[in-house]
Structures are given as structure tokens and as C-alpha cells.
Design a binder for this molecule. Structure first.
Ligand code: 3HC
Length: 769
């Protein structure tokens, strides 16, 4: 994050009007330097005789998106609330209420509002004498969705405009504001805010300069519930959709594909049958243009299997919508190792157009969301077989904050789904599947959930679902079959234990999903759990919540239950590792990781008087070196730089900067790597490039010097992936010999090649290697 461009400017016209402008892209949020800048400019305007009136506005068509939410996040991480309230009181008291108080001043202040004026932004406008808004301006106090009340006096400003005055109340409110910011609710909601935005950033996909291609026409195959829901979502966003009735005939295998000639994307949403899907994909591969994206809405089947009969694996992708598809906001985008970055970018873009939150995940049974949540129903079933009442479980999960408990959810989704999906997971993860015959018994007894009005609950038109006591004998029968009641008696568990026994196995599976790299980052599971499973957003998402509860408590509980009730509860390796080392589950990476460390370091070192100052120094370090990751398990700080970036020569040696940040004690704790960019990947440039890097970073040696990609490029080429015309034949042998020379000269401890895989996909690489 750069501090460049963050400023408040003031221009005074010959007419005596001072125009004060907030500049802080992208939304002109009220960051701390902005608040300081506003104060300074207002004071100057009040003082200066040539200023007769003030216009307050925001740069680039937006007034302000409100207080800088990053500050909330920093408060949550550091626990240092002093960053916050003084600022808000300060702004209101000194700028608006103080000696240079706008409202008391003789100089009129007018807010000129265009675009956004949200939260603290709107409150600022309320501090002015008058407000003028352009059409379509968006005004609001959305901070409640972050778990805080307006903190800049907004709740009094209005009453005050009608005659109430209010230092005391303001202090009171500032206190409430402070308390709220520190509340778990605010922590959770702020996490969800950032988690949602982070999903747009997929390494090696969204950061390699690809432009989304226009997707104008989409064909949906499959006229069932999902197909129609997806069609509705597309039509609502004005995307041309090929008619769904085709899809119905498709099921009969008589589809005329002639209209597929100009579609940009096909979304298949037929029943979950492998041969049918394979047939459809091999046919549409022939019928559609070569750029067409071939997407499937499967919720369980391996994408490699779906695309097995085609030779277009790079265009095959999962578009997993959640039912009902035109309502649920999550779009799980599933990629295989072969799906091209362009295909992913295009589907993400379509997802955004149809107002979904796309989360990109890897290919495995159940993908990220269903996989993470399959133990949810499983554990509920296990508990019932251990003697716990179904309705008690549902009640407790509902009071935890989910809209309904696992049994009501099963009623709603239909037992067919429960049986089919259950089998899928049982096959994939036999070690942690509990096979309960309950759903089958319900079906045998003529129950089919909400579909026929009879499940665990009774469904009558116009009234809420009612627990059905006549289901109890069926449950008894089920318990007789499984026969797992310890000592023949129902287990005795507290309410809290029940919630934990249902949700901790979910956390455990989330750990495996993270460990296997199915998700890019932990917060993707947070947003997916909130938007796909309706996990309460004020709890921040499943992983965030788990970190609040504490990995160690989760681990020891699961361990205890696995000894008592079997391996279904067995803690995963990842959980065990984190819990025993006392590390949170959220493996915050690169910059986030660095901020996390900074927070931890600032907590540890009380000498730091001013976190924000350290923060900016820290940001400079991060920016200068581009990437920063701390593998928590090793405790090393890894710094990576690229040879093609022109870094300003560091003021101080890099290790010294890190030492000053309190992140390391000595050079040994740093693991510094640098990558040889393609333009430097020529035998005669290797050594000078390394020397230049060492000079810039003021280092004596690197720990690892890497060829970034085994590819040579023409001078000046920066595009990723490289353009064909920028690639020149590489003399790999000589480059490697030059690399080998570097450790001999003591300039690096070791050498290597960092990124082979994206290049392997290109024809040029095949030729060159
Ligand atoms: C003291 C006061 O009483 C308390 C407050 O003012 S609390 C803050 C109140 N303001 C809000 O809640 C607004 C939150 N923001 C939003 O609703 C939306 O971001 C928006 C309507 C402003 C813009 O939406 P949209 O155009 O879709 O862009 P969106 O992707 O959400 O945001 C763009 C970038 O701005 C950032 N951003 C948006 N609002 C921000 C804010 N208030 N502070 C810091 N960053 C913000 C986002 O994190 C995102 O960053 P990224 O590109 O690095 O991921």
C-alpha cells in the first residue's frame, strides 16, 4: 500500500473560495493522514484573510467512502485502540467544534458531494453549513454493517442541527464507538469486509496483466432448478442466454448445437451423472468456438473426469452456484491444474457482472465449500446416534447464528441430495465418514423432507416448520442399528459442547482444505462460509471464528472426542501443528502476514510510541521488496525481490530495517531471495544483475538466487505471461554456469529456478527446453 497520492489539497480562487479536496484512492477513505490533512487545511482556511468561504469535496468523483477500515483492522490486530478515538474526537472537536469550528465560523463551509459519501464521509458533510449533492450520489451510514456506530458525531449532528448541543454526548459516543470497534462483532464484520475484497486477488491469475474478454452470449445446458436459477441470474444482468428448453431436449440427447457457434461460455447444469457430462463436454467442444469457456455446475464430480473426453482442458472450469442460484451470492470457481488463467479471469468477471462474489478454489471432492461443510451434517448425525435430541441440536445451532440447524437444512435440501452427496464423501474420505442410516429410514417411512411436507419437521402452508414427534421412533430404530451409545446410554453433553461437536469437525476439514492448498487463503473459506453456508457474518467466517475460539481448544477437544467416539473426530495434521505451536489457523501471507507480524512485534515492544510511523516505514520495506512472506512454522522472514524492478538504493541495509522493525534480531534470521528476471536471463548479465541487487538492498549476500522463469527475454519486456515476440532463445547451459559462479563468489548461498510451471504451458517453452 503506497502512501503516495494520499493527501488533502487546498486551492484558493481569486473569488476567495478555498476548495479543500480529499485525495485517497480508490474511495477517498478517511485515513489518519487525511484526517490530519483536513484539520490542517481547515485551520489554514480559517486563518487566511483571503479565504471567504470553503468548499469541501473529494477527488475523482467521490466524496468519501468513510473512515479507513484498515485502521479498524489494525486496531483488531494490535489491540491498540489509541489509534482510533483520539482521532475522531480530534476531528470533531478541533476542526468542527474547536477554535476553528466550521459551524461557528464566519466563513461558510459547503460540502460538494459527488459519488459516495458514506459513514465518516457523510458525517463530515454534516459538519458543514450546507451540503450540495450531485444526482446519483450515494449517502449512507453503513458502519453498522461493520459493527460500529457513527463515530464522528453523526448521531448528534442531526439533532444538533435542530438545536441540541453536545460535548458530553459526543464523548459518550466516542466511548461507545471505541468499545464497539473492539467488539467481537466488529472484528468479525471487518474480517468479512476484507475477506470479500481479497477474493478478487488470485495470485498468478489476476496479477499477470490479463484483461477479461467480453462474454456476451452464454448457453446454459440443463433446465432443472440449477439451470433455471443460473439462467435467471444471467438474464437479470442482461447477458444473452440461449434458451433453457434446449437444455431439456439436451437431456434426451437430441440437441441441435448449431446455435452454439457464437457462444462465449457454456454452463452445464445437468444431473450429476459422469457419462452424461462427459458426452455433453465432448459434443460442445466441437460445437462451440475455440475461445468458448466450458463450465460445469457440478457440485461434486472431479473436473478432470468431466473434461476427460475433450482436448480443451484449459477451458474447462467449475462454476458452482449455490441454490437458489439467482439469490445466493457465492460463486465457487473451480480450477484444475490445466485451467488457463484467462478462463478463470473471464469467469470471475462474469461472476461479478451477475453480482456474485466469485471465490477461486482448487479441484477436489466437494471443492472448498461442500467439502469443508460435509462434516457439519455428519457430526450432527453422529450426535443423534450418540443419543442427542435432533431438535436440541437444531435449536443450538440456530442460536449460534446459522439460519437453521443441520436437520432442518437436510429437510430443505431434500433427502435425495443428502443420500447422493453422502455417498460421494463416504467414497472420497472413508476415514472420516460416519454412515448413519437415518435418512434412508426416513425415506423408507414415507418422509422426504420439505418436498412432501414431512421430515424431521412438519411443513404446513403458512406456518413455521414444527418439530414432528412422530420422527422419534424412527430415530430410536436408527440408534438400535448403529448401536454406538456408550454403555447403552445417551451421552451427556452441555449445550456448548453440542455446538462445538458440530462445528469443530468443520474447522478440522477447513484445515485440510487449507493445507492442501484448495483455497488461496484462509479468508476465502471465511467468505465462502458466510455467503455459501450462511455462517454468521458477525462471527467473521469459519476460520476466523476458529481462531477466536483458539486452535488449541479445538484440537484438544477433537482429540478427546476421537478417543471417546472414534476417528471421525481425529484432528488433522495441520490443526495439530498449529495448535501445538500456538499459531493461528489463518496463515496470513505476504503483506497481510507482514502486518500481522508487525502487530505482534508492536505488541511485544512497548517502546514503539507511534505505530503508524513504524507502519509506513514497514510499508516502504514491503513495497521496496515487493513481496514479503513469513512462513510461520519456521519463524523465518523471507524477503523476495526481482531483478527487473529498479529499487531505490535502500537507505539502510535491509537486515537493519527488519531489525528496527523488531521482526528479526540478526541477518541470520532473514532468508533473502532474489529472482533473475527474463530480461536478465542471459549468461553475461547474471553476475552483474546479482551485484546490482545486492547493491540496491545493501546486502553482502543472498540466501537464494533464483532464475525466475527459465526463459530469456528481450530488454524491457515486463509482461506476464511473456509475449511470444519478447521471448528469445535461451542458452540454458551457459546461464546455469553463470548462476553456478555466484555462490562460488560468495554472493549467494544457493541457487535455483523458481517458476517452471506457467512456462511449461506455452509452446515456446516446449521448444526451448
Ligand atoms: C467514524 C465513522 O463513523 C465510521 C466509519 O466511517 S466506518 C466506514 C464506513 N464506510 C463503509 O462502510 C464503506 C465501506 N465500503 C463500501 O461499502 C464499498 O467499498 C464502496 C461502496 C465504498 C465501494 O464499492 P466498490 O466500488 O464495489 O469497490 P470495493 O471493491 O468495495 O472497494 C474498492 C477498494 O476500496 C477499499 N475501501 C472501500 N471502502 C473503504 C474504507 N472505508 N476504508 C478503507 N478502504 C476502503 C476496499 O477495501 C477496496 O480495496 P482493494 O481494492 O484493495 O480490495
Amino acid at each position: 500500500m503506497s502512501m503516495a497520492g494520499v493527501r488533502v489539497t487546498m486551492e484558493v480562487g481569486i473569488d476567495g473560495v478555498a476548495i479543500i479536496t480529499i485525495c485517497n484512492p480508490p474511495v477517498n477513505s478517511l485515513a489518519i493522514p487525511i484526517i490530519a490533512g483536513l484539520k490542517e487545511k481547515f485551520e489554514e482556511a480559517m486563518r487566511r484573510d483571503d479565504v471567504k468561504a470553503i468548499v469541501l469535496t473529494g477527488n475523482a468523483g467521490k466524496f468519501s467512502g468513510g473512515f479507513d477500515i484498515n485502521v479498524f483492522q489494525n486496531v483488531h490486530k494490535t489491540g491498540n485502540i489509541s489509534i482510533l478515538p483520539d482521532v475522531s474526537i480530534d476531528l470533531v472537536v478541533n476542526t468542527i467544534e474547536g477554535p476553528y469550528n466550521i459551524l461557528n465560523a464566519k466563513k461558510p463551509a459547503v460540502a460538494a458531494i459527488e459519488g459516495l459519501a458514506l459513514g465518516g464521509g457523510l458525517e463530515l458533510t454534516m459538519g458543514c453549513h450546507a451540503r450540495i449533492a450531485a444526482p446519483k450520489a450515494q449517502l449512507g451510514l453503513p458502519e453498522l454493517t461493520l459493527g460500529v456506530l457513527p463515530g464522528f458525531g453523526g448521531t448528534q449532528r442531526l439533532p444538533r442541527l435542530v438545536g441540541l448541543s453536545k460535548a458530553v454526548e459526543m464523548m459518550l459516543e466516542a466511548k461507545v464507538f471505541k468499545e464497539l470497534v473492539l467488539s467481537d462483532t466488529s472484528r468479525g464484520l471487518v474480517n468479512v469486509f476484507f475477506a470479500q475484497r481479497a477474493t478478487s486477488k488470485v495470485p498468478n491469475v489476476t496479477d499477470i496483466g490479463l484483461k477479461p474478454r467480453a462474454v456476451k452470449k452464454v448457453a446454459v445446458i440443463g433446465g432443472g432448478l440449477m439451470g433455471s436459477g443460473i439462467t435467471t441470474a444471467l438474464i437479470l444482468s442482461n447477458i444473452y442466454v440461449d434458451k433453457a428448453d434446449k437444455a431439456i431436449s439436451m437431456l434426451k440427447g437430441v440437441l441441435d448445437y448449431s446455435e452454439f457457434r457464437d457462444v462465449d461460455m457454456v454452463i452445464e447444469a445437468v444431473i450429476e451423472k459422469v457419462p452424461l457430462k462427459q458426452k455433453i463436454f465432448s459434443e460442445i467442444e466441437k460445437a462451440c468456438p475455440p475461445h468458448c469457456i466450458l463450465a460445469t455446475n457440478t457440485s461434486t464430480i472431479d473436473l478432470n473426469v468431466v473434461g476427460e473426453k475433450t482436448s480443451s482442458q484449459d477451458r474447462i472450469i467449475g462454476a458452482h452456484f449455490f441454490s437458489p442460484a439467482h439469490v445466493m451470492p457465492l460463486l465457487e470457481i473451480v480450477r484444475t491444474e490445466k485451467t488457463s488463467a484467462q478462463t478463470i479471469v473471464d469467469l470471475m468477471t462474469v461472476g461479478k457482472i451477475i453480482k456474485k462474489v466469485p471465490v477461486v478454489v482448487g479441484n477436489c471432492t466437494g471443492f472448498a465449500v461442500n467439502r469443508t461443510f460435509f462434516p457439519y451434517t455428519q457430526s450432527a448425525q453422529l450426535l443423534v446416534n450418540l443419543g442427542v435430541d435432533v431438535f436440541r441440536i437444531d435449536r443450538l445451532i440456530t442460536s449460534f447464528g446459522l439460519p437453521m440447524g443441520p436437520f432442518q437444512l437436510q429437510d430443505l435440501a431434500g433427502y435425495g441430495v443428502a443420500l447422493a452427496v453422502g455417498k460421494e464423501f463416504a467414497d472420497a474420505f472413508p476415514d472420516r465418514t460416519f454412515r448413519s442410516p437415518l435418512v434412508q429410514l426416513l425415506v423408507n417411512n414415507g418422509r422426504n423432507g420439505k418436498n412432501n411436507g414431512k421430515g424431521y419437521y412438519l411443513y404446513e402452508k403458512g406456518s413455521k416448520p414444527k418439530p414432528d414427534p412422530s420422527v422419534l421412533p424412527i430415530i430410536e430404530e436408527c440408534r438400535r442399528i448403529t448401536n454406538i451409545l456408550p454403555g447403552g446410554k445417551p451421552i451427556s453433553v452441555t449445550d456448548q459442547e453440542i455446538v462445538e461437536m458440530v462445528l469443530f469437525p468443520v474447522v478440522n476439514e477447513a484445515c485440510r482444505v487449507m493445507d492442501e492448498g484448495v483455497v488461496v487463503r484462509a479468508s476465502d473459506l471465511d467468505i465462502a462460509s458466510v455467503l455459501g453456508m450462511s455462517f454468521p457474518s458477525y462471527r467473521g467466517g469459519i476460520v476466523f471464528w476458529a481462531d477466536t475460539v483458539g486452535p488449541n481448544h479445538i484440537y484438544t477437544s477433537l482429540k478427546k472426542w476421537s478417543e471417546l467416539y472414534g476417528k471421525f473426530y481425529k484432528p488433522s495434521r495441520f490443526l495439530e501443528e498449529r495448535a501445538t505451536k500456538g499459531i493461528p489457523l489463518t496463515p496470513v501471507s505476504s503483506n497481510e502476514q507482514a502486518q500481522y507480524n508487525l502487530a505482534a512485534a508492536s505488541k511485544a515492544s512497548q517502546q514503539w510510541p507511534n505505530v503508524t510511523e513504524k507502519q509506513s516505514l514497514f510499508e516502504a520495506v514491503v513495497e521496496g521488496t515487493e513481496d514479503f512472506a513469513t512462513p510461520l512454522l519456521k519463524g523465518d522472514v523471507v524477503v523476495t525481490s526481482w531483478s527487473n524492478r529498479n529499487f531505490p538504493i535502500a537507505e539502510k541495509p535491509l537486515p537493519v530495517m527488519y531489525q528496527e522493525l523488531g521482526l528479526v534480531k540478526s541477518r541470520d534470521e532473514l532468508f533473502i531471495t532474489s529472482k533473475l528476471w527474463g530480461t536478465d536471463c542471459h549468461p553475461q548479465l547474471v553476475l552483474p544483475t546479482l551485484q546490482k541487487t545486492l547493491r540496491e538492498l545493501k546486502l553482502e549476500y543472498l540466501d537464494l538466487f533464483l532464475i525466475h522463469w527459465p526463459i530469456s527475454m528481450k530488454p524491457g519486456a515486463t509482461e506476464i505471461p511473456p509475449k511470444t515476440e519478447d521471448i528469445v532463445p535461451m542458452d540454458f547451459k551457459s546461464v546455469w554456469e553463470a548462476m553456478e559462479d555466484c555462490p562460488r563468489q560468495g554472493l549467494t548461498k544457493s541457487i535455483g529456478i523458481s517458476r517452471i510451471e506457467p512456462i511449461l504451458a506455452t509452446k515456446e517453452a516446449e521448444r526451448l527446453l
